[in-house]
Design a protein around this ligand. Structure first.
Ligand code: HEM
Length: 472
């Protein structure tokens, strides 16, 4: 048991054990948290699913990121999403994933041609196959995004393989379906839910199904690559993809690599990149439909760039940097659609003392009230909920800011953000050049909100070829 002198106030609740759980999940979460802030101040705790969680907003959240040796985001994620347990690996086995993404995607130019080629092909084909209507949009967009990602992660040989694409697109959805089960067991004692998940996953583990698909598909290709390298000598051309990087990271001997480890890291790459990029893509399209007043300037920028560089086979990263209005638009779409609560962190030292004197014990989970940070009138004016890409005139889309946390912040900010923004720019650039876009309902698109999470609307999107497009 801990006894700290100066804990943040615990908001009073009526029912023991249940605490704030039902109030939180049945309320308008930002409204509820705002009310708690007004009554209890900039830091306070709630009792949810059998444990105390502490909430911080714009004044204090940066202390979590600055003190990264004291607050760990990996162990907070592992409580909800114990990836290493699911795959029978030691606790911190997948920690290098962030470092690998940073290293392998450092040179953005390496993958830009492949990404552009596969992204545009994948989008156009999906629109054609779905007769111009994507409904619900996220489901198809996940499959669209799967192809450029597969080309870069596992290479040209596999990026048209239906089973692999399905795994790229839906592995996280399959898992979330199981993980969505509310952690009611934690009412009995903390962490029982995690124990239950581990037990359950021993019998029905959707990750193993996808792991087996990946292993069965990559094994013959890995074997062929090793054979080619060993027999071709100097004429061997190193394949340009992340699977090759991982093969070199985990060799066993001259003729073998640790294929299961390569597959498991590939899965971690997919977890981090596929769903997040698909959600962002869907939000950008929703805001494009919601805000026709920006169509003119976006199209003008896109046509200017297309005319200047259409003689090139693809846009280099320098050219993508010229898509400034598009970058601002993407950043604003992420700002206004971001989760109300996100970026959980866990205290991993015996206690931590904030600058304002409040103390918290080891094991305490922190949640960041991101809606309040993304809608701070000091940063975004008196109507912060209004969509306005000019909010980001002086700031690049991938850059975290005090009031923009969609890519996290500090040492652990998303290492894939430069690549993700370029993917979104390429996709949206060609969409606005080639298609008129509208939604099925004809109403303003609003995201779904579930207990602090924000998810894209299911409202269908309609893509009609522009007859006067300058792209053939
Ligand atoms: C628009 C798309 C994306 C969004 C909004 C996004 C957002 C985030 C956020 C919020 C975090 C947590 C950062 C923190 O806690 O401070 C994160 C972590 C991470 N992201 Fe992204 N991400 C996106 C795309 C990608 C892509 C394309 C990749 C890889 C190719 C990627 C790889 C990762 C990895 C590996 C981590 C964990 C970092 C670590 O372990 O240190 N992300 N991302």
């Amino acid at each position: 048991m801990y006894h700290l002198q100066n804990e943040p106030p615990l908001v009073p609740y009526k029912y023991p054990l249940i605490g704030h759980t039902f109030e939180y999940y049945s309320s308008d979460v930002p409204g509820f948290l705002q009310k708690c802030r007004e009554e209890y101040g900039e830091i306070f705790s709630l009792y949810i699913w059998g444990s105390v969680q502490t909430y911080v907003g714009v004044e204090l959240y940066h202390e979590l990121f600055k003190n990264y040796n004291e607050f760990d985001f990996h162990s907070a994620i592992a409580d909800m999403f114990p990836m290493s347990n699911f795959l029978g690996r030691p606790e911190n086995f997948f920690r290098p994933t962030g470092r690998y993404v940073k290293e392998y995607l450092k040179d953005l130019g390496k993958y830009t041609e492949k990404m552009q080629h596969e992204m545009t092909k994948s989008f156009d084909e999906s629109v054609l196959n779905n007769k111009g209507v994507l409904q619900p949009p996220l489901h198809t967009i996940e499959l669209i995004i799967a192809r450029p990602l597969a080309a870069i992660f596992v290479g040209d040989e596999l990026c048209n393989d239906k089973e692999i694409l399905n795994t790229f697109a839906y592995i996280l959805d399959d898992l979330l379906e199981l993980l969505a089960f509310p952690p009611v067991l934690n009412f009995i004692y903390p962490n029982l839910h995690r124990k239950f998940l581990n037990f359950r996953f021993r019998f029905d583990n959707p990750i193993r199904k996808h792991e087996n698909i990946i292993i069965s598909k990559i094994t013959p290709i890995i074997k062929q690559r090793i054979k080619d390298k060993n027999t071709m000598g100097n004429s061997w051309k190193r394949p340009n993809d992340i699977m090759q990087d991982l093969m070199e990271e985990y060799p066993i001997d001259e003729n073998n690599v640790d294929i299961r480890t390569v597959a498991d890291f590939l899965m971690n790459f997919i977890f981090a990149s596929s769903h997040s990029t698909s959600m962002a893509f869907t939000y950008c399209l929703s805001e494009y439909i919601n805000n026709p007043e920006y169509h003119g300037e976006l199209l003008e920028e896109a046509e200017g760039i297309y005319k200047e560089y259409k003689h090139l086979p693809y846009y280099t990263p320098d050219i993508l940097d010229k898509m400034v209005k598009m970058g601002n638009f993407i950043k604003e779409a992420l700002r206004v659609n971001w989760h109300d609560v996100s970026l959980s962190h866990k205290v991993v030292v015996p206690e931590f003392t904030f600058g304002n004197g409040y103390q918290v014990p080891k094991g305490r989970v922190f949640k960041i009230f991101t809606q309040q940070i993304h809608h701070d009138p000091k940063a975004y004016g008196p109507t912060p909920e209004k969509f306005n890409p000019n909010n980001h005139k002086n700031s690049l889309a991938h850059r975290p800011e005090r009031n923009f946390l969609a890519f996290g912040m500090g040492r652990e900010a998303c290492p894939g953000r430069f690549f993700a923004v370029n993917e979104l720019k390429v996709a949206l650039h060609f969409i606005i050049l080639k298609y008129n876009v509208k939604n099925v309902s004809g109403k303003r698109i609003k995201p779904k909100r579930i207990g602090g999470f924000v998810l894209p609307s299911d409202d269908g999107m309609i893509f009609e070829k522009k007859l006067d497009s300058i792209v053939q």
